[in-house]
Write a protein that binds this ligand. Sequence first.
Ligand code: ADP
Ligand code: ZN
Ligand code: MG
Length: 484
Amino acid sequence: MPFEAVIGLEIHAQLQTASKIFCGCSTVFGAPPNTHVCPVCLGFPGALPVLNGAAVDFAVRAGLALGCRINDRSIFARKNYFYPDLPKGYQISQYELPLASQGALEYTVGDGIRRVGITRVHLEEDAGKSLHEGFSDSDRKTYVDFNRSGVPLIEIVTEPDLRSAPEAAAFFARLRAILVWLGVNDGNMEEGSLRCDANVSVRPAGSGAFGTKAEVKNLNSFRFLQKALEYEIDRQIELLREGGRVRQETRLFDAASGGTVSMRSKEEAHDYRYFPEPDLPPVVLDADRVDALRRAMPELPDARRRRFIEQHALPEYDAGHLTESRALADYFEQAVAAGGSPKMVSNWMMGELARALNDNGREISDAPVTAARLASLLQLIDRGTISGAMAKGVFEKMCASGRDAAEIVEAEGLSQIDDEAQILERITSVLSEHADAVAQFRAGKAAALGFLVGQVMKATAGKANPRRVNELLKRELGGGSPGT
Ligand code: ADP
Ligand code: ZN
Ligand code: MG
């Protein structure tokens, strides 16, 4: 009997605010432990939280980008559990009334477009971090760093609409790209600013009912998400085939073995004893504020991709690639605005520029050649000042020296020779030196022309315009009738 997987994700994304969600402490990553803490984020009795308005704005933007309804009234709730990294003994989150709900996101996997329902987007605070290693007494003690305690997060919960590990990974990648595009999240999965819990069950293919799910916690890379799901799907199918049952539980992914291991039986909502947070008023969003945020939304990747195809006549493939990040898309449009022809800019961005960035481990935002300078290089090709082949060398020099294209072409005498008299002079001497090739050509051996073109190019150190050389050679050989 074939089985099918059912997957829903819960994604935690750190919002890019300068300060924490309920206090003024900095959210900067990597500070010495416990240097960005105060009575509020340490959970001292009597300290009162005050909501960071910027966190609300980021969450609304994420909700809008995910096609959600933005709820004009949402409330914070206390989620109670006992853990050393949670100083108050509860996490301030949202439960019954989340900030946003009922959205959907489309993504591509293989050559199909799929759609995933977004159940909700809610605001919450992050916990601290337990440090189990790195101290001389780590064999006996665990230390806690509260710098992350109170850092603003959104939790995005999807409907159980995903059906395979590659689908889940592709969806997560799409979601990450959009959050980063919006500036809501920095996308840094290694630093933990974006992490994912995967809920997965299996059922006989074609069945309408859901099976019992397991939840795999804290997957912080696309590869881990995919691996953990592959393992977990196989494990559950095998269990069912042997006549066993899947236990509802929370599992951990072990990167070393590639497997998942049971952590605890799954807690139910009532275990958390959720109740409304008495220290914070409801979040009331008036329509003007939401409208202003909606109007200020950047053009999102899908819309921009479609526009690139229509406005700049780019092939689907190019448009998809150039809208993988906002910085790439911006670079492309800056180069086009500076006079580069769109398809050429695209080719160069995907070719030479991508290679240069890759070789130097740089991002497009830190490109060695600005968009305007790439455009002026491409214009030199367009005008026939240099050949495409030469432009590659010039581009390398631009990367290395930071000089602009015209300067390099001028200083190194690289301008293409287009002048008829100059080219003819070289042709005349090549024809007299290679009478044998000329005879072969006249005897019908077409390949001899290529040889002669090569000789003329060599005589000009590669600077002659090859198209002109071809034309003029044919004219000379054919006794004055061009094109024969
Ligand atoms: P819980 O009450 O256990 O927290 P929820 O219904 O809130 O479960 O769903 C949590 C996540 O699990 C959501 O992303 C949802 O899509 C997913 N999910 C729910 N049921 C299943 C299932 N049977 N198989 C796989 N994923 C599921
Ligand atoms: Zn604080
Ligand atoms: Mg739930």
